[in-house]
Design a protein around this ligand. Structure first.
Ligand code: PA5
Length: 466
């Protein structure tokens, strides 16, 4: 693994954290299974079934995005992404990791690119508030939906259309860009019929694996993130995700350790805890990837198995004052993955005041980043002393290449974990069920029988308290 991004598994092991950790024998025993999963994945990649592995090579797509984004950056003050799930979490993660914090709150002369709003949820209060502060005349709306039919996204799109037509009349198409399936779905049809600029999501790349398609790359490029560096970082990790040795393959090592933790030691809560705000939404992106890919009722052979870890996102040092009490003294049902930058992009020096008060003076003149790094070390020590298995991804700094590499490692790990759990990590039947019920409730034609079933359930008297 390149020196700019490494996985430290020292504190996952039983010799350091005691019986709640993994043993070398256990790893040795299960590693052949990982090797066989990797062999299958490699064969499927060669057969063209898993195109996500090769997204870092999308030179044509990158060039098209860069040329479109360069013009759009000049033209618009705001970018608003309309999308949900895999069509929103990747762009949010990239914005928060790779643009300065409070990007949208910065005055115009402190930004070199447009503001980027990604409301995600069709909450009328939240979405309505975003609409209020983005003048449609100054806004480019990036509508992202792989299926082209997700109710949350289309409801936002049609709300925007009303505002846009009111503000710019028949020039509305200039304020829209779609990211969707190359051939199918309502959005593709509209793009074709109305000549709206669009980019495609490769059909065999699922929503939560799409951050390195135009889903993530277009919003990122629109705010000036170096998407070439992002993909270069991912490509660098590709050399390693098929490595057959435990110590050479961070993604397979991560997948196996998490799998063993859950299946051998009932550590089903898997906390990802960055010690920097910039990676918090990356942990949130991972929460979807891990949960939606691995939480499955059926195995690949059709047996009912109801498996899956429960990913949790936490933030250091904030959650030291909220969750760490539980993490250190609560049940032994968790693993911890800390995300630790060695260098921060901002240096903040703590002021020197009150030299006579020892309980304050020890902080004076030190870097705030040093405090945060020592807090992370303190948490590692506390978890380890309390026999809680914890590992850490070490980032030289949070930058496009390390973030691209990290996302790629986690996507590859998810496929390995899918093989270990014997589930299909690429489908989401549980999500589809919710989508169908929503269509029925909102009166979409073709869903009348589901609506009738729901109406029947609604007859059940509610048990209300208070
Ligand atoms: O990972 C997935 O497939 C899902 O989370 C989807 O991204 C989400 O449901 C949104 O779907 P779509 O992009 O089709 O609107």
């Amino acid at each position: 693994m390149g020196a700019r991004l490494q996985l430290d598994v020292t504190r996952m092991m039983a010799d350091v954290v005691g019986p709640h950790g993994a043993t070398p024998e256990e790893i040795e025993q299960h590693w052949p299974r990982v090797q066989s999963v990797l062999q299958t994945l490699e064969a499927r990649r060669k057969a063209g079934e898993l195109p996500f592995y090769d997204l870092p090579d999308s030179e044509d797509v990158v060039a098209a995005i860069e040329s479109y984004a360069a013009k759009a950056r000049e033209k618009f003050r705001n970018i608003m992404v309309l999308g949900i799930g895999g069509s929103a979490l990747g762009p949010i993660a990239l914005r928060d990791a790779l643009k300065p914090a409070f990007w949208n709150e910065r005055p115009d002369d402190m930004r070199d690119a447009p503001r980027l709003f990604i409301p995600d949820n069709p909450d009328p209060e939240f979405f309505g508030a975003a609409m209020e502060i983005c003048d449609p005349k100054e806004t480019l709306y990036v509508v992202i939906t792989k299926s082209g039919g997700t109710a949350e996204t289309l409801s936002q799109f049609m709300t925007v259309m009303t505002a846009l037509k009111g503000a710019v009349g028949d020039k509305y198409a200039e304020h829209l860009v779609f990211v969707t399936d190359p051939a199918k779905g309502a959005l593709r049809q509209i793009a074709r019929e109305e000549g709206i600029q669009s980019f495609s999501i490769p059909p065999a790349v699922g929503g939560r694996f799409s951050v390195m398609t135009p889903v993530g790359l277009l919003p990122a490029a629109l705010v000036g993130i170096d998407i070439r560096e992002l993909l270069r970082g991912a490509a660098e990790q590709r050399e390693k995700v098929f490595a057959r040795e435990f110590d050479a393959n961070p993604s397979a090592a991560f997948a196996l350790l998490q799998f063993l933790a859950q299946t051998k030691r009932k550590q089903c809560v898997q906390v990802m805890m960055p010690y920097t705000n910039s990676l918090f939404r990356v942990a949130d992106w991972f929460r979807q990837l891990w949960a939606e890919s691995l939480g499955k009722r059926q195995s690949v052979t059709g047996e009912t198995i109801n498996v899956g870890p429960t990913p949790v996102a936490a933030l250091g040092a904030t959650d030291q004052h909220s969750q760490v009490q539980l993490y250190v003294e609560g049940p032994y049902d968790k693993t911890f993955t800390l995300l630790l930058p060695k260098n921060f992009r901002n240096k903040v020096k703590i002021g020197k005041h009150y030299p006579d008060i020892d309980s304050i003076d020890y902080l004076a003149g030190k870097e705030m980043g040093t405090l945060l790094k020592y807090e992370a070390e303190a948490t590692q020590r506390a978890l380890t002393a309390a026999h809680r298995p914890n590992m850490a991804f070490l980032f030289d700094e949070v930058a496009p290449d390390t973030v691209g590499g990290f996302l790629y490692i986690l996507e590859a790990a998810t496929l390995v974990a899918g093989g270990l759990y014997e589930v299909n990590p690429l489908d989401q039947p549980g999500v589809e069920a919710g989508k169908v019920a929503t269509y029925a409730l909102m009166g979409r034609s073709g869903y009348e029988s589901v609506k009738a079933e729901i109406d029947k359930e609604r007859e059940r008297p509610a048990r209300l308290i208070g």
